[in-house]
Design a protein around this ligand. Sequence first.
Ligand SMILES: Cc1cc2nc3c(=O)[nH]c(=O)nc-3n(C[C@H](O)[C@H](O)[C@H](O)COP(=O)(O)O)c2cc1C
Ligand code: SF4
Length: 430
Amino acid sequence: MIEPVLALTEQVGSVADYLARGGGRGLAAAVRLPAAEVAAEVRRSGLRGRGGSGYPTGQKWESVRARPGSTRYLVCNAAEGEPATFKDRWIIRRNPYQVLEGIAIAAYAIGAARAYIVIRGTSTTEVRALRRAMAEMPPRVPTELVIGPEDYLFGEEKAAAEVIEGRPALPRILPPYQVGLFARSGQPNPTVVNNVETLANVPLILSRGAEWFRESGTPGSPGGMVFTVCGDVRRPGMYELPLGLPVDALVHLVSGGPRDGRTIKVVIPGASAAPLAPEHFGTPLDFDMMRAVGSGLGSGGFAIYDDTACMVAVTLCFARFLAEESCGQCPACKHGCTAIVGHLERIEHGDGGQEDLRSVLARCDAVTGGRRCALPVGAESFVRGAVETFREEFEAHLGRSCPRPRCVPLPLIADFGDGRFRYETREVAA
Ligand SMILES: Cc1cc2nc3c(=O)[nH]c(=O)nc-3n(C[C@H](O)[C@H](O)[C@H](O)COP(=O)(O)O)c2cc1C
Ligand code: SF4
């Protein structure tokens, strides 16, 4: 008989409820195994990081285990400051216990002395949920909540490490697996940073096994994912589904498709991958297959726009966000992102020419030079992808006012409830 096991977003009311519904079994199974075997089981499951890069989780744990250094740390990344994404806050709201159990298992597997959960100060509901869950289910490894700034960069792992050490969210040079928390000369303190959703999957893998996890999803991207779908669809929402489903099914079947008389023009997988045009809507939701069409799965957050939206305005909206969030430590990133916004503004306001379009692409070529983090890689992919895929629309906008005037809000999600998203207030008037 298959025993009931909680998925990631089932509502759990208390630790008693959690345990009654199968919670805790992953940790119990993990501590019966040698720590190396726990990491190996997660590697065999094929679990890939849900924070954006899709890096194999077991491999990350094994490489930190193999690094010299007696003190290791674990960071659970709950910063979630990217537009069109709400899934980590949703998981924490629904079932913080499973995240804590995932932290306990990961800490055991890598031999961490301490764990940190990084979360933005405005995530008050989730901070409350985590505090309550930690009081009810005392962590097996000392675990500290670190309340951080609103910056998008706070979620970048090298910036998160800085914040944990009491400094601003400015990415340091080396990644935490090399220079970990509180590292000193001769003490690298290798540190694993994992996303909330990645860690919430771990108890399921340990309680049911790697083979079970591989039964859903695709061979290259096993398991399920918690998708955020916002924008011009009838049923925006949070959906936990197996990986491998085509984008089209998520947009049209699950989220209800466009409103009457409209068609979906573009699917935007967050701020760091190229927008997807309809010819690619058949692409499976899989890390590698999304990359193969020049885009990415990101953290499973999608902003959808119908044919009333202007692609210049949409691109400007995201480019402006990235330029504002660039911290300025690397000149090519800050200057490049700012210049891209300037050219897009000229086009959007009807003052742009071919030279602006050429300059946008030339800036894309250079924006990643000497970078400390992947923010400008996202800017390049997003802006280049938008211009190349929707070139005709950009060209038609040169020297004329917006043919599709409409306010395009940046989908920076503040809250979700009753089937609606509430956005933070930054807006771009088209
Ligand atoms: C600008 C920027 C912002 C990021 N924000 C987040 C975030 O909010 N949450 C997150 O888990 N990862 C974020 N990441 C990715 C992290 O650096 C890191 O790769 C991730 O937390 C690793 O977890 P995973 O392997 O479980 O995916 C961000 C990366 C960049 C470049
Ligand atoms: S690449 Fe950009 S965002 Fe990242 S550290 Fe450098 S300036 Fe800051």
